[in-house]
Design a protein around this ligand. Structure first.
Ligand SMILES: O=C(O)C1=C[C@@H](OP(=O)(O)O)[C@@H](O)[C@H](O)C1
Ligand SMILES: C=C(OP(=O)(O)O)C(=O)O
Length: 426
């Protein structure tokens, strides 16, 4: 655990320009489909963080030829045409949901005996629906401890194809994982989504990345998908900066009344989380669209009532600035946040109350009431987004420290350096 980090309270509007590192979600998708492609792909703008390192290490263990130039944020990867070179491997995925879910599906497309495991929290995160889906397609996948959580064993002999039900209400990552592996199946795959699908923009992102690597999916309003057997084409692929990471800088402009520009993102980005700026606009901020940037200018903030199902990775960011708005903020329809790095609804409620904020907890979200905050050390629960979100609270309210700031390594190892560049600028 790293030592607590005091956040410097800023008394001036914070202004400046920042370019966050590459998108975690795009990096981990591009790595999977490049590995399944037939030949050499080159990815640029690659995120270098724990979640992508465990993915890269796993692909190497699976026998793929991977070259990572960290200084240029570039990865060259030789795909094996829908097969997995190693006949077995043990993979360690820490607490990276995308990595363990996407790699479970990729291993099922191979031949051999694979085991995937991760941190204590990872062993509490559900994967049973994905296991059941892969088994319907001809896989032999099990939850080793019978918990419907990792560790997972995959005894693989390629995917047969056929019809499969994929539940959508716990995590969209199950559907994304099945979609990406589906073109390798011997026969057509027909997917039917069971129940409501959460985090829909991530499925749109999956389809977009598959398309950019030459695979088309037929689909009908995110309930039915049809994928014919086909091979991904190797591609040179540029990854957008991470839109969830950008939310912290937009929120910093919002609470300090400054203007912050995030480069490399527009509202046409493949990542749904760029829509966080719409929430800030509703709260009273001004959003300025550039040709390759988005800027947010802060103003007097008002509380809002918002469904964040589609952009739940930014719900903590919003909750962390909501105490400074006029009127309460209700965040709805984010029950799936309870299955992430920690139970994020519960963590938000505990930590906001620690600061003296009045908060109501609901099964599907929370309501934050404005009011004065007092100094406190915020617990982060090994959740990078708790650390980054409450750092923004600390810009506005004096005496906030972030416990274990090193946990941002999951997706943004240099977050506090990048924030300091803005706060320390003359
Ligand atoms: O597919 C993805 O890249 C992701 C999907 C989301 O998860 P859920 O679908 O579990 O909500 C999101 O929270 C996660 O950070 C990344
Ligand atoms: C939920 C997250 O990650 P994952 O599910 O990929 O572990 C996240 O990055 O906020």
């Amino acid at each position: 655990m790293s030592d607590p980090l005091p956040i410097s309270h800023v008394t001036q509007p914070l202004s400046g320009t920042v370019r966050p590192p590459g998108s975690k979600s795009l990096t981990n998708r591009a790595l999977i489909v490049a590995a399944l492609a037939d030949g050499d792909s080159e990815l640029t703008g690659v995120l270098d963080s724990q979640d992508t390192q465990v993915m890269l290490e796993s692909l190497t263990r699976l026998g793929f030829k991977v070259q990572h130039d960290q200084s240029l944020a570039r990865v060259s990867l030789r795909g094996c045409g829908g097969t997995v070179p190693a006949g077995g491997a043990e993979l360690w995925l820490e607490n990276s949901g995308t990595s363990i879910r996407f790699l479970t599906a990729l291993c099922a497309a191979g031949q051999g005996d694979f085991r995937l495991d991760g941190s204590t929290r990872m062993r509490e995160r559900p994967i049973g629906d994905l296991i059941a889906a892969l088994n319907q397609l001809g896989g032999q996948v099990t939850s080793v401890a019978g918990t419907d959580c990792p560790p997972v064993r995959v005894v693989a002999d390629g995917l047969r194809g056929g019809t499969v039900d994929v539940p959508g209400s716990i995590s969209s990552q199950f559907l994304s994982a099945v979609l990406m592996a589906a073109p390798t199946a011997a026969n057509r795959v027909d997917i039917q989504v069971a129940g409501t699908l959460v985090s829909v923009p991530y499925v749109e992102m999956t389809l977009a990345v598959m398309r950019q690597f030459g695979v088309e999916v037929e689909y009908d309003s995110y309930t039915r998908f049809t994928i014919e057997p086909q091979c991904y084409a190797p591609t040179r692929y540029a990854i957008e900066p991470d839109a969830s990471a950008a939310s912290y800088f937009f929120a910093a402009a919002a609470v300090t009344g400054g203007e912050i520009t995030v480069q490399g993102l527009t509202r046409d980005a493949l990542q749904g989380d760029v829509r966080f700026v719409d929430a800030l606009a509703e709260m009273g901020c001004t959003v300025i669209d550039g040709s390759d940037s988005i800027s947010v200018r802060g103003g007097a903030l008002r509380g809002i009532d918002i469904d964040m199902n589609a952009i739940s990775d930014t719900a903590q960011t919003l909750a962390a600035i909501a105490p400074f708005a006029e009127g309460p903020t209700r965040i709805r329809n984010v029950a799936h946040m309870r299955h992430k790095e920690t139970d994020r609804i519960s963590a938000l409620v505990i930590e906001l109350r620690r600061l003296g904020v009045r908060v109501d907890e609901f099964d599907d979200g929370l309501m934050i009431h404005p009011g004065p905050l007092h100094p406190a050390t915020i617990e982060t629960y090994d959740d990078h987004r708790m650390a980054m979100s409450f750092a923004i609270t600390g810009l506005k309210s004096p005496g906030i420290q972030i416990a274990d700031p090193g946990c941002t390594a999951k997706t943004y190892p240099r977050f506090f350096e990048d924030l300091a560049q803005l706060t320390d600028a003359p």
